[in-house]
Design a binder for this molecule. Sequence first.
Ligand SMILES: Cc1cc2nc3c(=O)[nH]c(=O)nc-3n(C[C@H](O)[C@H](O)[C@H](O)COP(=O)(O)OP(=O)(O)OC[C@H]3O[C@@H](n4cnc5c(N)ncnc54)[C@H](O)[C@@H]3O)c2cc1C
Ligand SMILES: *[C@@H]1O[C@H](CO)[C@@H](O)[C@H](O)[C@H]1NC(C)=O
Ligand SMILES: *[C@@H]1O[C@H](CO)[C@@H](O)[C@H](O)[C@H]1NC(C)=O
Ligand SMILES: *[C@@H]1O[C@H](CO)[C@@H](O)[C@H](O)[C@H]1NC(C)=O
Ligand SMILES: *[C@@H]1O[C@H](CO)[C@@H](O)[C@H](O)[C@H]1NC(C)=O
Ligand SMILES: *[C@@H]1O[C@H](CO)[C@@H](O)[C@H](O)[C@H]1NC(C)=O
Ligand SMILES: *[C@@H]1O[C@H](CO)[C@@H](O)[C@H](O)[C@H]1NC(C)=O
Ligand SMILES: *[C@@H]1O[C@H](CO)[C@@H](O)[C@H](O)[C@H]1NC(C)=O
Ligand SMILES: *[C@@H]1O[C@H](CO)[C@@H](O)[C@H](O)[C@H]1NC(C)=O
Length: 584
Amino acid sequence: MRSLLHFLAFQLAFIALILGGTGALTANSSPTSNCRCLYGQNCWPNDAAFAILSQKLSQPLVHPTPVASPCYTSSTSSSCAAVQSRYADAIWRSDQPGAYEFQNFETYIQPNGTVDACYLNITLGYPCKQGSIPPLGVDARTPADVQAALSFATTYNLKLVVKNTGHDYQGRSAGRGEFMLWTHHMKNLVYSETFVPTGGPSNTTFKAITTGAGDQWGDVYQFSSQRGRMLVGPFALGGSLGTAGGVPQGGGISTFSPKYGLVTDNILQFTVVLANGSIVTANSIQNTDLFWALRGGGPSTFGIVLTVTYKTYPSFPVSIATFSAVLGTNDISQKVVTEAVKNIVRFTDKGWGGFMYIIKPTLFSGLWIAPNTSQSELAASLDPFGAFLYQTTGGQGGVYYNTSTSYYSWYDQTFLGTGGSQVTGNIKIASRLLSRELAQSNASGIAAKILSTSSVFTQFDMILGGAVNTIAASSVAANPSFRHSVASVVINEIWADGTNSSVIAQQIENLKKNTDLIDGISTDSGSYMNQGSLYERDFKKTFFGSNYPALRAIKQKYDPDSLLVVANGVGSDEWDKDVVCRTS
Ligand SMILES: Cc1cc2nc3c(=O)[nH]c(=O)nc-3n(C[C@H](O)[C@H](O)[C@H](O)COP(=O)(O)OP(=O)(O)OC[C@H]3O[C@@H](n4cnc5c(N)ncnc54)[C@H](O)[C@@H]3O)c2cc1C
Ligand SMILES: *[C@@H]1O[C@H](CO)[C@@H](O)[C@H](O)[C@H]1NC(C)=O
Ligand SMILES: *[C@@H]1O[C@H](CO)[C@@H](O)[C@H](O)[C@H]1NC(C)=O
Ligand SMILES: *[C@@H]1O[C@H](CO)[C@@H](O)[C@H](O)[C@H]1NC(C)=O
Ligand SMILES: *[C@@H]1O[C@H](CO)[C@@H](O)[C@H](O)[C@H]1NC(C)=O
Ligand SMILES: *[C@@H]1O[C@H](CO)[C@@H](O)[C@H](O)[C@H]1NC(C)=O
Ligand SMILES: *[C@@H]1O[C@H](CO)[C@@H](O)[C@H](O)[C@H]1NC(C)=O
Ligand SMILES: *[C@@H]1O[C@H](CO)[C@@H](O)[C@H](O)[C@H]1NC(C)=O
Ligand SMILES: *[C@@H]1O[C@H](CO)[C@@H](O)[C@H](O)[C@H]1NC(C)=O
């Protein structure tokens, strides 16, 4: 019986191939051989196969569900109330296998335009749907769990998706019907005063922290501050971002990057499970090509990172300058943003990091954080800008100063004390790296371009420049554009739950138009992939620059069958939009 069905299936496959007119039939071909297998398809493994996988795992399989689903069973239940109370908490979301930081990556737009989602607000009147949340996964705790998941995905040709915190702005940790490798519980922080990269000379030691695949930055900062050390990493309310996933593998930008370089410039070593299950160490002595690629060449592309070892630095106090202004007219907006852009090169070259926000039509605010700098020294640099803001806005702008005894006490007050709420709902973003040369030669032209978009919200992460611009571009795979840029400028489109797909499509068109309007603030259309758009004209150039061919070759060596492919990642152009079927 079984072989008869198999035979029939094979015949149908053959006919489908002839009708479809695609490719040559080989012994292993089937109509779906160019596609990874998804949940719900005939190829999806049966319960017996999952039972065998389970025996190899340290934990039961997980079945991620939309977090709001209890509210569809009973909107007055205590489980629904628990979800409602923590729905926006980034730390809580990162603990849920079925939650993403931005809810739109939990949704799926059907070809006919129907949005499959599970909205918290049941009054909107939609059924609760799984959307793009993977339906099944491995809750990895050990290297053997990771190996078992990779081997199972390979055997059954499953579309594998790696999820750490689920914070990715391109949804690269979500996927409809995909098989999830969940790394969140792989926590293991180790401090060494005398770390030696494996195989390296024993007389060259580092004060280093090794983090596990699931460790989150907030925990790492606390751990390091208890040892009087700090490290170069991102800031997010609640400290929820992961230390081993998107941040180091995408490059990583930190408030302290102008002083110490990109996050990824500060990595000493990775341990990695390769697609074929081998566990390797990558550092400056062994697997140096992999070490280079993992430092900025894109997440979920070259292997599964088990651990990352970071350099640490002595802790220091910080001084902070906070500024704001009311942008009453277009003329004032143009003047204020021009003046602010003029400061970026000078301040980042001092090792200071800053952030700046324009919320159209009138709000402008930001801050500069100066490591190991006295308040009077900071004020000497910022006072002229404060006076300018005051005069230009008729007294509706200025600069305020403050000092914190250690960077960690400032971080704790600013990012941890707030309960972790930070989720902004449905969002798609795009960005460009602001050219160092243009910021110096044509600040007014840059301000004009940025103010010309229809994006209500524009964010400047003024945390490049300085050391980022002096470290050799070739030393890591991160976008070479970082090395001649001083800020990442981010625009976005946001929408409310329940918005229909034609409105979303229109907003995506706006995002594309606005991306074109700010393109010229970079001399090479460069963008930081972790603040990247899914709708770039040339993702290779924009996110990888001249590194792309070398990265593609390294991927071929370490992942020849492309087990790991993500949207806008290396090799993704050989796949369809959902990165499920090969197109070349
Ligand atoms: C509130 C907020 C603040 C931010 N601030 C900063 C900032 O200050 N600086 C900065 O640089 N970026 C910042 N980002 C962007 C951030 O870099 C990205 O969201 C990044 O993708 C998060 O990585 P993650 O591993 O935590 O998330 P995930 O979404 O879980 O994973 C991101 C990608 O990494 C892959 N991945 C995860 N773990 C592994 C692993 N072990 N091995 C291989 N691949 C893996 C996933 O498959 C996915 O492709 C911020 C984002 C948010 C939401
Ligand atoms: C759209 O397609 C989905 C999936 O095929 C289907 O369930 C739904 O009923 C369709 N909706 C409309 C309005 O056609
Ligand atoms: C839920 O949706 C309904 C219907 O659109 C709306 O009237 C209501 O304000 C929403 N509730 C919340 C809390 O957003
Ligand atoms: C470490 O030892 C090697 C060989 O003994 C020597 O060449 C090198 O200079 C030493 N490095 C340091 C930092 O002492
Ligand atoms: C901070 O400044 C002091 C005094 O200027 C200097 O000795 C020290 O090395 C600096 N520390 C760091 C981490 O930059
Ligand atoms: C300055 O920082 C202190 C703590 O370091 C804080 O209590 C105070 O509110 C801050 N002042 C301003 C104006 O931000
Ligand atoms: C500055 O930029 C603006 C806007 O792109 C442009 O029109 C102008 O020619 C530029 N000026 C110089 C001197 O390059
Ligand atoms: C989508 O929503 C917009 C705004 O509410 C409305 O104007 C439009 O008719 C809707 N389109 C569809 C196809 O339902
Ligand atoms: C796994 O792949 C690596 C990199 O290509 C290779 O060196 C190693 O021999 C492979 N291991 C096995 C068991 O095939």
